[in-house]
Design a protein around this ligand. Structure first.
Ligand SMILES: C[S@@+](CC[C@H](N)C(=O)[O-])C[C@H]1O[C@@H](n2cnc3c(N)ncnc32)[C@H](O)[C@@H]1O
Length: 449
Protein backbone atom coordinates (compact mmCIF):
# COMPACT_ATOMS: atom_id res chain seq x y z
CA UNK A 1 0.00 0.00 0.00
CA UNK A 2 1.31 3.45 -0.93
CA UNK A 3 0.71 6.12 1.74
CA UNK A 4 0.69 9.68 0.46
CA UNK A 5 2.76 12.02 2.65
CA UNK A 6 0.98 14.78 4.58
CA UNK A 7 2.49 18.12 3.69
CA UNK A 8 3.14 21.14 5.87
CA UNK A 9 2.37 24.17 3.69
CA UNK A 10 4.90 27.00 3.77
CA UNK A 11 4.87 30.28 1.81
CA UNK A 12 8.28 31.58 0.65
CA UNK A 13 10.13 31.38 4.00
CA UNK A 14 11.13 28.07 5.54
CA UNK A 15 10.71 28.22 9.34
CA UNK A 16 14.00 28.09 11.23
CA UNK A 17 12.98 24.99 13.18
CA UNK A 18 11.35 22.31 11.05
CA UNK A 19 9.85 19.38 12.89
CA UNK A 20 11.77 16.14 12.41
CA UNK A 21 10.27 13.91 9.72
CA UNK A 22 7.88 16.52 8.39
CA UNK A 23 7.55 17.20 4.68
CA UNK A 24 7.12 20.76 3.53
CA UNK A 25 5.24 21.95 0.51
CA UNK A 26 7.01 25.23 -0.18
CA UNK A 27 5.30 27.71 -2.45
CA UNK A 28 7.87 29.86 -4.16
CA UNK A 29 7.48 32.74 -6.55
CA UNK A 30 10.91 34.23 -6.63
CA UNK A 31 13.63 31.84 -7.73
CA UNK A 32 15.51 33.91 -10.29
CA UNK A 33 16.21 37.15 -8.39
CA UNK A 34 19.66 38.80 -8.35
CA UNK A 35 22.05 36.62 -10.36
CA UNK A 36 20.19 33.35 -9.68
CA UNK A 37 18.49 33.34 -13.09
CA UNK A 38 21.65 33.79 -15.19
CA UNK A 39 21.87 30.25 -16.54
CA UNK A 40 19.80 27.09 -16.51
CA UNK A 41 21.36 24.17 -14.67
CA UNK A 42 20.06 20.66 -14.05
CA UNK A 43 18.94 19.87 -10.51
CA UNK A 44 19.38 23.44 -9.35
CA UNK A 45 17.79 23.89 -5.95
CA UNK A 46 15.62 26.77 -4.82
CA UNK A 47 17.50 29.67 -3.15
CA UNK A 48 15.10 29.32 -0.20
CA UNK A 49 17.06 26.28 1.03
CA UNK A 50 20.50 27.87 1.46
CA UNK A 51 18.77 31.05 2.69
CA UNK A 52 17.08 29.01 5.42
CA UNK A 53 20.32 27.22 6.40
CA UNK A 54 22.24 30.50 6.59
CA UNK A 55 19.55 32.16 8.75
CA UNK A 56 19.48 29.18 11.06
CA UNK A 57 23.17 28.48 11.46
CA UNK A 58 24.83 31.87 10.94
CA UNK A 59 22.07 34.00 12.40
CA UNK A 60 23.32 37.39 13.55
CA UNK A 61 26.82 36.84 12.21
CA UNK A 62 28.56 38.31 9.20
CA UNK A 63 31.84 37.52 7.51
CA UNK A 64 31.67 33.79 8.23
CA UNK A 65 32.75 31.29 5.57
CA UNK A 66 30.36 28.96 3.76
CA UNK A 67 31.54 25.97 1.72
CA UNK A 68 29.49 24.37 -1.09
CA UNK A 69 31.35 21.22 -2.25
CA UNK A 70 28.98 20.38 -5.16
CA UNK A 71 28.16 23.97 -6.08
CA UNK A 72 26.55 23.43 -9.52
CA UNK A 73 25.28 26.79 -10.69
CA UNK A 74 26.17 28.44 -7.39
CA UNK A 75 22.79 28.89 -5.66
CA UNK A 76 24.33 28.50 -2.18
CA UNK A 77 27.23 30.78 -3.07
CA UNK A 78 24.94 33.59 -4.25
CA UNK A 79 22.80 33.36 -1.10
CA UNK A 80 25.92 33.19 1.07
CA UNK A 81 27.50 36.29 -0.34
CA UNK A 82 24.19 38.23 -0.33
CA UNK A 83 23.92 37.43 3.38
CA UNK A 84 27.38 38.95 3.98
CA UNK A 85 29.55 35.83 4.12
CA UNK A 86 32.67 34.58 2.38
CA UNK A 87 32.02 31.65 0.08
CA UNK A 88 34.00 28.77 -1.40
CA UNK A 89 32.58 26.46 -4.06
CA UNK A 90 33.87 23.23 -5.56
CA UNK A 91 32.54 21.38 -8.58
CA UNK A 92 34.01 18.94 -11.06
CA UNK A 93 32.06 20.54 -13.92
CA UNK A 94 34.01 23.41 -15.54
CA UNK A 95 30.95 25.16 -16.98
CA UNK A 96 29.24 25.11 -13.60
CA UNK A 97 32.38 26.60 -12.05
CA UNK A 98 32.34 29.47 -14.53
CA UNK A 99 28.59 30.05 -14.07
CA UNK A 100 29.07 30.15 -10.28
CA UNK A 101 32.09 32.42 -10.49
CA UNK A 102 30.20 34.90 -12.68
CA UNK A 103 27.16 34.87 -10.39
CA UNK A 104 29.22 35.90 -7.34
CA UNK A 105 31.73 38.31 -8.87
CA UNK A 106 31.25 42.06 -8.57
CA UNK A 107 31.87 43.91 -11.84
CA UNK A 108 33.32 47.26 -12.86
CA UNK A 109 29.97 48.54 -14.12
CA UNK A 110 31.14 51.63 -16.12
CA UNK A 111 33.63 49.44 -18.04
CA UNK A 112 30.95 46.81 -18.63
CA UNK A 113 28.77 49.57 -20.04
CA UNK A 114 31.50 50.64 -22.51
CA UNK A 115 32.23 47.06 -23.57
CA UNK A 116 28.54 46.22 -24.04
CA UNK A 117 28.12 49.30 -26.28
CA UNK A 118 31.09 48.19 -28.39
CA UNK A 119 29.76 44.63 -28.56
CA UNK A 120 26.24 45.61 -29.58
CA UNK A 121 27.52 48.06 -32.18
CA UNK A 122 29.71 45.38 -33.77
CA UNK A 123 27.04 42.69 -33.69
CA UNK A 124 24.75 45.06 -35.58
CA UNK A 125 27.43 46.17 -38.00
CA UNK A 126 29.18 42.96 -38.97
CA UNK A 127 27.78 39.96 -40.77
CA UNK A 128 30.19 37.11 -40.23
CA UNK A 129 32.29 36.00 -37.32
CA UNK A 130 35.52 34.10 -37.14
CA UNK A 131 34.78 31.65 -34.33
CA UNK A 132 34.37 28.09 -35.62
CA UNK A 133 33.22 25.40 -33.20
CA UNK A 134 35.08 22.08 -33.51
CA UNK A 135 31.81 20.14 -33.68
CA UNK A 136 31.49 18.22 -36.98
CA UNK A 137 27.70 18.03 -37.30
CA UNK A 138 26.95 21.57 -36.17
CA UNK A 139 24.19 21.91 -38.79
CA UNK A 140 22.23 19.18 -37.07
CA UNK A 141 22.14 21.26 -33.90
CA UNK A 142 21.81 24.80 -35.28
CA UNK A 143 20.37 26.61 -38.28
CA UNK A 144 22.81 28.36 -40.61
CA UNK A 145 21.53 31.72 -39.41
CA UNK A 146 22.18 30.76 -35.78
CA UNK A 147 25.69 29.46 -36.59
CA UNK A 148 26.62 32.68 -38.38
CA UNK A 149 25.35 34.94 -35.60
CA UNK A 150 26.77 32.85 -32.74
CA UNK A 151 30.16 32.77 -34.53
CA UNK A 152 30.12 36.54 -34.71
CA UNK A 153 29.20 37.08 -31.04
CA UNK A 154 31.71 34.56 -29.70
CA UNK A 155 34.44 35.94 -32.00
CA UNK A 156 33.77 39.46 -30.73
CA UNK A 157 33.86 38.37 -27.08
CA UNK A 158 37.25 36.80 -27.80
CA UNK A 159 38.55 40.17 -29.02
CA UNK A 160 37.65 42.05 -25.84
CA UNK A 161 40.88 41.45 -23.96
CA UNK A 162 42.95 42.42 -26.99
CA UNK A 163 41.06 45.70 -27.36
CA UNK A 164 40.37 46.62 -23.74
CA UNK A 165 43.27 45.05 -21.80
CA UNK A 166 43.87 41.89 -19.84
CA UNK A 167 43.44 43.19 -16.28
CA UNK A 168 41.28 41.18 -13.85
CA UNK A 169 38.35 43.63 -14.27
CA UNK A 170 38.28 42.99 -18.02
CA UNK A 171 38.66 39.21 -17.61
CA UNK A 172 35.70 39.23 -15.18
CA UNK A 173 33.62 41.05 -17.81
CA UNK A 174 34.64 38.55 -20.51
CA UNK A 175 33.58 35.68 -18.20
CA UNK A 176 30.22 37.38 -17.60
CA UNK A 177 29.69 37.80 -21.34
CA UNK A 178 30.65 34.19 -22.03
CA UNK A 179 28.00 33.02 -19.55
CA UNK A 180 25.47 35.46 -21.03
CA UNK A 181 26.30 34.01 -24.47
CA UNK A 182 26.11 30.43 -23.15
CA UNK A 183 22.71 31.16 -21.56
CA UNK A 184 21.07 31.59 -24.99
CA UNK A 185 22.60 28.57 -26.75
CA UNK A 186 19.98 25.92 -26.01
CA UNK A 187 17.12 28.27 -26.89
CA UNK A 188 18.61 29.21 -30.27
CA UNK A 189 19.52 25.60 -31.07
CA UNK A 190 17.34 22.97 -32.75
CA UNK A 191 17.47 20.90 -29.54
CA UNK A 192 14.51 20.63 -27.20
CA UNK A 193 14.71 23.40 -24.58
CA UNK A 194 13.64 21.52 -21.48
CA UNK A 195 14.77 17.93 -21.83
CA UNK A 196 17.56 16.70 -19.63
CA UNK A 197 19.53 15.31 -22.56
CA UNK A 198 20.42 17.48 -25.53
CA UNK A 199 18.59 16.07 -28.53
CA UNK A 200 16.71 17.23 -31.62
CA UNK A 201 13.19 15.84 -31.56
CA UNK A 202 11.74 14.75 -34.88
CA UNK A 203 8.20 14.64 -33.55
CA UNK A 204 8.13 17.85 -31.54
CA UNK A 205 9.43 20.43 -34.00
CA UNK A 206 11.04 23.47 -32.50
CA UNK A 207 11.35 26.98 -33.87
CA UNK A 208 14.68 28.23 -32.50
CA UNK A 209 14.71 31.79 -31.14
CA UNK A 210 16.55 34.46 -33.11
CA UNK A 211 20.13 34.85 -31.83
CA UNK A 212 20.77 38.59 -31.77
CA UNK A 213 17.47 39.62 -30.20
CA UNK A 214 17.77 36.98 -27.51
CA UNK A 215 21.39 37.90 -26.80
CA UNK A 216 20.53 41.60 -26.47
CA UNK A 217 17.65 40.72 -24.18
CA UNK A 218 19.92 38.61 -21.98
CA UNK A 219 22.60 41.28 -22.01
CA UNK A 220 20.14 43.79 -20.53
CA UNK A 221 19.12 41.28 -17.85
CA UNK A 222 22.74 40.43 -16.99
CA UNK A 223 23.69 44.12 -16.90
CA UNK A 224 20.86 45.11 -14.56
CA UNK A 225 21.28 42.13 -12.26
CA UNK A 226 25.06 42.33 -11.94
CA UNK A 227 24.86 46.08 -11.33
CA UNK A 228 22.42 45.50 -8.47
CA UNK A 229 24.56 42.67 -7.12
CA UNK A 230 27.71 44.84 -7.30
CA UNK A 231 25.91 47.69 -5.48
CA UNK A 232 24.75 45.63 -2.54
CA UNK A 233 27.55 43.12 -1.98
CA UNK A 234 30.34 43.99 0.44
CA UNK A 235 33.51 44.32 -1.72
CA UNK A 236 35.70 42.95 1.06
CA UNK A 237 34.13 39.51 1.06
CA UNK A 238 36.20 36.63 -0.19
CA UNK A 239 34.82 34.29 -2.86
CA UNK A 240 36.40 31.44 -4.75
CA UNK A 241 35.16 28.62 -6.98
CA UNK A 242 37.50 25.73 -7.71
CA UNK A 243 37.12 23.13 -10.43
CA UNK A 244 37.85 19.95 -8.51
CA UNK A 245 36.34 16.68 -7.56
CA UNK A 246 35.01 16.78 -4.01
CA UNK A 247 36.24 13.37 -3.04
CA UNK A 248 39.97 14.09 -3.22
CA UNK A 249 42.22 15.87 -0.71
CA UNK A 250 40.47 19.21 -0.19
CA UNK A 251 42.20 20.84 2.77
CA UNK A 252 44.79 22.61 0.59
CA UNK A 253 42.02 24.11 -1.57
CA UNK A 254 40.58 25.87 1.45
CA UNK A 255 43.85 27.80 1.80
CA UNK A 256 43.57 28.05 5.56
CA UNK A 257 39.97 29.32 5.64
CA UNK A 258 38.00 28.02 8.60
CA UNK A 259 34.63 26.75 7.39
CA UNK A 260 31.61 27.78 9.48
CA UNK A 261 28.84 26.12 7.47
CA UNK A 262 28.56 23.61 4.62
CA UNK A 263 25.44 23.56 2.43
CA UNK A 264 25.20 21.25 -0.55
CA UNK A 265 23.15 18.96 -2.77
CA UNK A 266 25.35 16.18 -4.14
CA UNK A 267 24.49 14.33 -7.34
CA UNK A 268 21.95 11.50 -7.34
CA UNK A 269 22.65 7.90 -8.25
CA UNK A 270 22.65 7.27 -12.00
CA UNK A 271 20.54 10.31 -12.72
CA UNK A 272 21.82 13.35 -14.53
CA UNK A 273 24.45 13.33 -17.21
CA UNK A 274 25.59 16.90 -16.69
CA UNK A 275 27.78 16.93 -19.78
CA UNK A 276 25.08 15.50 -22.06
CA UNK A 277 22.79 18.20 -20.72
CA UNK A 278 25.26 20.95 -21.62
CA UNK A 279 26.38 19.56 -24.96
CA UNK A 280 25.03 22.42 -27.12
CA UNK A 281 26.60 25.04 -24.85
CA UNK A 282 29.90 23.14 -24.81
CA UNK A 283 30.14 23.24 -28.62
CA UNK A 284 30.33 27.03 -28.29
CA UNK A 285 32.21 27.60 -25.03
CA UNK A 286 33.76 24.19 -24.34
CA UNK A 287 37.09 25.20 -25.96
CA UNK A 288 37.68 27.22 -22.78
CA UNK A 289 37.80 23.94 -20.82
CA UNK A 290 39.05 21.64 -23.60
CA UNK A 291 35.56 20.12 -23.84
CA UNK A 292 34.47 21.37 -27.27
CA UNK A 293 34.03 18.00 -28.99
CA UNK A 294 31.83 15.06 -28.05
CA UNK A 295 34.93 12.84 -27.67
CA UNK A 296 36.50 15.21 -25.18
CA UNK A 297 33.19 15.61 -23.36
CA UNK A 298 32.77 11.84 -23.06
CA UNK A 299 36.28 11.48 -21.67
CA UNK A 300 35.38 13.78 -18.77
CA UNK A 301 32.16 11.99 -17.75
CA UNK A 302 33.85 9.43 -15.53
CA UNK A 303 34.85 12.12 -13.02
CA UNK A 304 31.24 12.83 -12.05
CA UNK A 305 29.87 11.05 -8.98
CA UNK A 306 26.86 8.90 -9.86
CA UNK A 307 27.73 8.67 -13.55
CA UNK A 308 26.87 5.53 -15.47
CA UNK A 309 29.76 5.55 -17.95
CA UNK A 310 31.88 2.56 -17.05
CA UNK A 311 33.89 0.06 -18.97
CA UNK A 312 33.10 -3.61 -18.30
CA UNK A 313 36.68 -4.14 -17.10
CA UNK A 314 36.07 -1.85 -14.16
CA UNK A 315 33.39 -4.05 -12.60
CA UNK A 316 34.50 -7.43 -13.94
CA UNK A 317 35.45 -8.71 -10.47
CA UNK A 318 32.72 -6.90 -8.52
CA UNK A 319 30.03 -8.85 -6.68
CA UNK A 320 28.11 -7.54 -3.66
CA UNK A 321 29.19 -10.62 -1.66
CA UNK A 322 32.90 -10.29 -2.36
CA UNK A 323 32.93 -6.51 -2.06
CA UNK A 324 30.53 -5.58 0.73
CA UNK A 325 30.07 -1.90 1.46
CA UNK A 326 29.65 -2.56 5.15
CA UNK A 327 26.15 -1.13 5.64
CA UNK A 328 23.83 -4.11 5.94
CA UNK A 329 20.69 -2.65 4.38
CA UNK A 330 22.70 -1.27 1.44
CA UNK A 331 24.54 -4.53 0.84
CA UNK A 332 21.21 -6.40 0.76
CA UNK A 333 19.82 -4.03 -1.86
CA UNK A 334 22.96 -4.16 -3.98
CA UNK A 335 22.55 -7.94 -3.97
CA UNK A 336 18.89 -7.65 -5.00
CA UNK A 337 19.79 -5.44 -7.98
CA UNK A 338 22.64 -7.80 -8.86
CA UNK A 339 20.33 -10.83 -8.88
CA UNK A 340 17.04 -9.45 -10.12
CA UNK A 341 18.00 -7.44 -13.19
CA UNK A 342 19.24 -10.11 -15.58
CA UNK A 343 20.35 -7.66 -18.26
CA UNK A 344 21.99 -4.82 -16.30
CA UNK A 345 22.04 -6.00 -12.67
CA UNK A 346 25.80 -6.44 -12.46
CA UNK A 347 26.52 -3.01 -13.89
CA UNK A 348 23.76 -1.18 -11.99
CA UNK A 349 24.70 -2.78 -8.70
CA UNK A 350 28.29 -1.66 -9.25
CA UNK A 351 27.30 1.90 -10.28
CA UNK A 352 25.28 2.21 -7.07
CA UNK A 353 28.06 0.69 -4.94
CA UNK A 354 30.55 3.09 -6.53
CA UNK A 355 28.25 6.06 -5.92
CA UNK A 356 28.22 5.39 -2.18
CA UNK A 357 31.94 4.64 -2.17
CA UNK A 358 32.61 8.07 -3.68
CA UNK A 359 30.22 9.75 -1.28
CA UNK A 360 32.12 8.08 1.55
CA UNK A 361 35.44 9.39 0.19
CA UNK A 362 33.84 12.83 0.13
CA UNK A 363 32.74 12.66 3.78
CA UNK A 364 36.16 11.37 4.81
CA UNK A 365 37.82 14.35 3.14
CA UNK A 366 35.28 16.81 4.54
CA UNK A 367 35.86 15.46 7.98
CA UNK A 368 39.51 16.50 7.71
CA UNK A 369 38.48 20.03 6.70
CA UNK A 370 35.91 20.83 9.40
CA UNK A 371 36.23 21.58 13.10
CA UNK A 372 33.98 19.95 15.69
CA UNK A 373 30.52 21.57 15.79
CA UNK A 374 30.46 22.72 12.14
CA UNK A 375 27.00 22.22 10.60
CA UNK A 376 26.87 20.35 7.30
CA UNK A 377 23.52 20.56 5.49
CA UNK A 378 22.93 17.96 2.77
CA UNK A 379 19.97 18.04 0.39
CA UNK A 380 19.44 14.74 -1.32
CA UNK A 381 16.73 12.53 -2.82
CA UNK A 382 16.18 8.79 -2.77
CA UNK A 383 16.38 6.75 -5.99
CA UNK A 384 15.21 3.60 -7.68
CA UNK A 385 17.78 1.40 -9.38
CA UNK A 386 16.57 -1.52 -11.52
CA UNK A 387 13.25 -1.33 -9.68
CA UNK A 388 14.82 -1.43 -6.19
CA UNK A 389 14.27 1.54 -3.89
CA UNK A 390 17.44 3.01 -2.37
CA UNK A 391 16.84 5.27 0.62
CA UNK A 392 19.89 7.30 -0.33
CA UNK A 393 19.33 9.88 2.41
CA UNK A 394 19.44 7.27 5.20
CA UNK A 395 22.49 5.58 3.71
CA UNK A 396 24.25 8.95 3.46
CA UNK A 397 23.44 9.56 7.14
CA UNK A 398 25.09 6.23 7.99
CA UNK A 399 28.14 7.05 5.85
CA UNK A 400 28.40 10.49 7.44
CA UNK A 401 28.15 8.91 10.90
CA UNK A 402 31.04 6.58 10.34
CA UNK A 403 33.10 9.55 9.22
CA UNK A 404 32.58 11.67 12.28
CA UNK A 405 29.24 13.45 11.72
CA UNK A 406 26.05 13.22 13.74
CA UNK A 407 22.50 13.77 12.53
CA UNK A 408 20.67 16.66 14.18
CA UNK A 409 17.49 16.64 12.11
CA UNK A 410 16.00 15.17 8.96
CA UNK A 411 13.03 16.62 7.12
CA UNK A 412 11.84 16.77 3.53
CA UNK A 413 10.17 18.96 0.96
CA UNK A 414 8.12 18.32 -2.11
CA UNK A 415 9.92 18.92 -5.38
CA UNK A 416 7.71 21.00 -7.60
CA UNK A 417 9.46 23.13 -10.10
CA UNK A 418 10.16 20.92 -13.06
CA UNK A 419 12.38 23.55 -14.64
CA UNK A 420 14.65 23.64 -11.63
CA UNK A 421 14.69 19.89 -11.04
CA UNK A 422 14.21 17.35 -13.76
CA UNK A 423 11.50 14.80 -13.36
CA UNK A 424 13.19 11.42 -13.09
CA UNK A 425 10.03 9.37 -12.79
CA UNK A 426 10.38 6.26 -14.85
CA UNK A 427 14.11 6.87 -15.33
CA UNK A 428 16.19 7.31 -12.16
CA UNK A 429 13.09 6.60 -10.06
CA UNK A 430 11.43 8.41 -7.21
CA UNK A 431 12.39 11.95 -6.48
CA UNK A 432 9.20 13.61 -5.48
CA UNK A 433 10.79 14.46 -2.17
CA UNK A 434 14.19 15.86 -1.39
CA UNK A 435 15.53 15.25 2.09
CA UNK A 436 17.29 17.89 4.14
CA UNK A 437 19.86 16.36 6.47
CA UNK A 438 21.12 18.64 9.21
CA UNK A 439 24.43 17.06 10.13
CA UNK A 440 27.14 18.30 12.46
CA UNK A 441 30.83 17.45 12.62
CA UNK A 442 31.19 15.62 15.90
CA UNK A 443 34.46 13.77 16.23
CA UNK A 444 38.04 14.78 15.47
CA UNK A 445 39.29 12.88 12.44
CA UNK A 446 42.28 11.47 14.37
CA UNK A 447 39.81 9.57 16.61
CA UNK A 448 37.98 7.89 13.71
CA UNK A 449 40.49 5.54 12.02
C1 LIG B 1 22.63 18.49 -7.71
S1 LIG B 1 23.88 19.34 -8.56
C2 LIG B 1 24.10 20.78 -7.59
C3 LIG B 1 23.17 21.90 -8.00
C4 LIG B 1 23.32 23.14 -7.15
N1 LIG B 1 22.79 22.95 -5.82
C5 LIG B 1 22.61 24.31 -7.81
O1 LIG B 1 21.70 24.90 -7.21
O2 LIG B 1 22.93 24.63 -8.95
C6 LIG B 1 25.27 18.36 -8.18
C7 LIG B 1 26.60 18.86 -8.71
O3 LIG B 1 27.61 17.91 -8.33
C8 LIG B 1 28.64 18.00 -9.30
N2 LIG B 1 29.53 16.84 -9.19
C9 LIG B 1 29.39 15.59 -9.67
N3 LIG B 1 30.45 14.84 -9.35
C10 LIG B 1 31.29 15.63 -8.63
C11 LIG B 1 32.54 15.41 -8.01
N4 LIG B 1 33.18 14.25 -8.11
N5 LIG B 1 33.10 16.44 -7.34
C12 LIG B 1 32.50 17.67 -7.30
N6 LIG B 1 31.31 17.92 -7.89
C13 LIG B 1 30.71 16.92 -8.54
C14 LIG B 1 27.88 18.10 -10.62
O4 LIG B 1 28.71 18.65 -11.62
C15 LIG B 1 26.72 19.01 -10.21
O5 LIG B 1 27.03 20.35 -10.52
Amino acid sequence: MKVKPEFVYVKETIPIEVEEGSILNISTKEVTSFTHGFHKYPAKFIPHLPKWAISKYLNGFENKTILEPFCGSGTTLVEGILAGHNVIGFDVDPLSVLISKVKITRIDVPTLDIICDWLIKNIKRKRNGNFKPACENLKHWFTEDAIRKLSLIRGLIDQIQVRFGSEKEIKDIVDLLIICFSSIIRRVSNADNESQKTYVSHTKLKMPEEVNNLFFQQLVLFFDRIRLFTDIVNPNLHSKVVCTSSNVFLLDKLEGHNIDLVITSPPYIKSIDYIYNQMAELFWVGDLFDMQTQDKQNGKKREYIGNKHLSKVEFKHYTPINTPFGIESLDKKLQIVFNSDKKNGHKHSYITYKYFLEMEKHFKEMSKCLTVGTPYIVIIGDSKVSGTYFDTANIVIEIARRNGFKLINKWGYKIKNRYMRFDRKGRGGIIEIDWVLELEKQIEMSLID
